[in-house]
Unconditional design. Sequence first.
Length: 565
Amino acid sequence: MGDVQVKKSMCFWCKPRCVLDAYVEDGRLQKVSQSPTKGCPKWSKATEIFYHPSRLRYPLKRAGQKGENKWEQITWDQAFDEIAAKLEDIRQKYGAEALAHSSGTSRSYEELRTRFLNLFGTPNHFGQAQICHGNSAVVATTILGWWPYWLQTEKLSQTKCIMLIGREPAPSQQTIWEGIVEARKRGVKLIVADPRRSKAAAEADIWLQVRPGTDAALLLSMIQVIIAEDLYDKEFITKWCHGFEDLRKRANEYPPDRGSAITGVPAEDIRRAARMLAREKPSSVMEGMGVAHQPHCLGALLSRHIISAILGNIDVPGGDELMGPAPIITEHEMELHEMLPVEQRAKMIGSDRFKLYTWEGYEMVQSAVEKVWGKRCDHYAYTCMAQAPSVFRAMAYGDPYPVRALITLASNPMVTMPNTKLVYKALKNLELYVVADYFMTPSAQLADYVLPSASWLERPHLWNYHNTTPLLRAGEAAVPRCVPGEYDRKNDYEFWRGLGIRLGQQEYWPWETVEEYFDYRLQPLGMTFAELVQRGRWFPEKREFKKYEKTGFGTPTGKVELSST
């Protein structure tokens, strides 16, 4: 029996990214400490999942027909050599844009995936951001010049009123719910817009039982009340908002009686909620995926930020804080966008139709952000993506051009993408399909190569919520990625670097390990990755509010764009 080591590893099963103690003896995981989040049950299954008999152990190469589930075990070197050779052959035949990539939601070193793709020459990355926080990030950055990421629960200690829209944090984001529970003990008001009587709705002062898909009408009616009853922040609007009169005209089309007819919420409840949010200041609005994922969600997301803006709740303690970037080399800076030629950017599938979410919109929005903040908010992998259904059509039918290769990492499109028959046809039609994952998924069964990914217990991680906050968190690898005779896995850095070096990208992958790469990114802070792991987290000692008074907002007008330019 050896000594038990305690490693600080970062859990990746949800967004708070809790750092847990992993107890390791002779290289084997014994247990994981209880999550600091009181309601989270996930930590208790960490050891069971890590050693689950169905986890992928070694690289596999297809030995039968696609979907036949026949495999040959190979080495990593063979996998990298063969995949790289096939990718180069496809690039020569069809162009670099014939490679696409599908990702998950913040389960990997996503900036390095983008680095590889930009160096390879393809703009065709897509993924699950449209069913995660991509929609919220794009809209907020468009009109505010930064994303007021709601994960910072510190603000709940200073807010006086919280409004949840399409969000049920009790089972889905326990850190937020714990903050709300403590705030409620201090008398903080709670408004919940949700079709269901969720736990949050049951606890609310006002429950707005909105008809699904009508959140924009609800919020516009609340905005109409706030403007009509003179409850808005005149000074903030005069100095720092663009398009208020356009907003007034639009909101006047949705008085509470009309809003009630559309949403099913009594008109008087709409008025009560608007008055409460306006009078109990500072107030904070938190949207969830229930609103961000509905069809035509743009109007609802715009209205959610507009209501905070006209109340003067932007970048104030307890409101919607624009926190700014961390003082490190950011994910965006590591993505090497300058290496992707302009003519290749124009080939991003869907860019002719879905402009806000593709290169044109990304550059338009983020160039204004960069002028104010010096860095860009969020990163390309969440806010600049090819349109997924169109990419699958390109795989299946060659329209607008053939996409012949796909890499999916932390992604399972057969299960997570709409129109499964199209996805199936597309994956079957590929010349090369590579999957990196923990388990053999339905998508992986259609692949040519299936590669075993290291889990969060097997890899280090540096996390700051995609550069939306200055908060830095770090976790170390708790257990080896390779145990001879048992398994041989790689983390995502090793995956992209292994392919990149074989495809002529050697000079852009100088770091031998992920830890060295993180040391490089932390240089401006004067801290090593190991030091950050021991420290647990880094956050500025002082928080500055109303930063816009010195710099303006990161938008083309320098103001909050109630009417977007």
